[in-house]
Design a protein around this ligand. Structure first.
Ligand code: MRU
Length: 407
């Protein structure tokens, strides 16, 4: 798979303008710090890890233009102010500053480019590992799913996952986070089907669908309100989402609407996984209540953007239509907080971990371990037990005995 952020032969960073996806693939060049700042602010690029990588390149490009302490500080502040919730941006900017500040200004431009490139490479490598670790966890559910299908006389039964927003390759430098797990399962021959939340207001579900379609992974786009019913009907084996910031206590900030999915998952005993690199874990933020929530433009709510249907005026063009009466006030928080108690496990490049203060602190102290340590096996067993409990309500033919709360 190709990267979402890459350098051309002259070393100029390029990316995709995601505002036109999935209808048009337009590439953009990032030649200056201001280009990077605008790309993040206007959501030409999006997704916590990709925002971090573009921020790092922004600082590298700023350093190339003026490597003084004052210029670095100003570039840092401008870039950091673009989007407040995703912590990967601040993480990447801080890492750049730690690398650059001790060096003499004359050496900074080269160092900055190396560091930005390293951040990109590491993001890709981390996400591949997340895919590996997550696939190991979810294969347990897939095997159980197949066993149930076998009992019912069916040949195969896909593992049904539900995801919210886009945590795919587009949200990262490469591979994605939640979708890295899906891709890995698919590569390993596990039959997977993904319920894709459309994710109003910006419909990042369309990006997820586009990515899954590109790999021929079975998926179905649903409106954001459908997930609860599907879980109640036993048609979701696990929820897996990305994250924009995880607090020290395991609370998770992710795209608005994630919390409601976690509540529905808990009520229906469906495991709820959060896949993210450790650069998304912010041990300096004590809990979810301390995470700043980005309030976005009202126009995202009042208007819906899409491609104009064939046959009409402007057919084929991308445009927005108003869906809210003129004058009605709107609110548009971009993210919500899923309390740690609703999260089954965090899946990171260092392995899976319970969303508790102690487990996160231990994870952050660890060097990246090989897949398959004891704690992971324990989490696999937990996931197995969670699913077995849910399966207790499920008939061998896949029909469902009803929601947990209804009995
Ligand atoms: O506002 P966005 O599109 O930048 O939102 C961020 C996200 O893509 C999601 O919240 C995602 O689940 C976390 S980033 C892998």
């Amino acid at each position: 798979m190709s990267r979402t952020l890459w350098n051309d032969a002259q070393g100029v960073p390029h990316t995709i303008d995601q505002r036109f996806l999935p209808f048009e693939r337009r590439e953009i060049e990032l030649r200056t710090c201001a280009d990077c700042e605008a790309a993040i602010r206007e959501m030409r690029v999006r997704g916590a890890p990709l925002i971090g990588a573009v921020g790092a390149w922004g600082l590298a490009l700023a350093t190339g233009a003026d490597a003084s302490d004052d210029a670095l500080r100003k570039a840092y502040e401008r870039l950091a102010a673009t989007r407040p919730t995703a912590v990967n941006l601040r993480w990447a900017l801080d890492r750049m500053i730690r690398r650059l500040a001790p060096a003499p200004p004359a050496q900074r431009a080269a160092l900055a480019r190396d560091e930005a490139a390293a951040i990109c490479d590491e993001d890709a490598a981390c996400n591949a590992r997340i895919g590996e670790h997550g696939a190991r966890l979810l294969r347990v559910l897939a095997e159980q799913r197949s066993a149930l299908a076998g009992m019912a006389g069916a040949e195969t039964a896909a593992l049904n996952l539900l995801t919210h927003c886009n945590a795919g390759g587009l949200a990262t430098v490469e591979h994605g986070t939640a979708l890295a797990v899906v891709h890995r399962l698919h590569e390993q021959g596990v039959a997977v089907h993904v319920w894709v939340d459309e994710t109003r207001p910006r419909n990042q579900g369309a990006l997820t669908a586009w990515e899954l379609a590109g790999r021929a992974i079975p998926h179905t786009v649903i409106v954001d309100n459908a997930g609860g019913l599907l879980m109640m009907q036993g048609r979701v084996d696990a929820v897996i989402v990305g994250a924009d910031r995880v607090a020290a206590n395991g609370d998770v900030a992710n795209k608005i609407g994630t919390y409601l999915k976690a509540l529905a998952a808990r009520d229906n005993r469906v495991p709820f996984y959060v896949a993210c690199p450790t650069s998304t874990i912010d041990v300096d933020t004590v809990d979810g209540a301390s995470i700043p929530i980005e309030e976005r433009d009202a126009r995202e709510v009042t208007h819906v953007a899409g491609r104009l249907d064939a046959g009409g005026i402007g057919a084929g063009g991308i445009d927005a239509v108003r869906v809210v009466p003129e004058g009605s006030p709107v609110a548009n928080p971009g993210f919500d907080i899923t309390p740690a108690r609703l999260v089954t496990a965090l899946v990171t490049e260092r392995g899976a971990c319970e969303p508790t203060h102690a487990a996160i602190a231990a994870l952050m102290r660890r060097d990246a371990p090989a897949c398959g340590d004891d704690r992971e096996r324990e989490l696999e067993r937990d996931a197995h037990r969670a699913r077995a409990a849910a399966a207790g309500r499920q008939q061998p033919d896949g029909s469902h005995a009803g929601p947990a709360g209804a009995r």
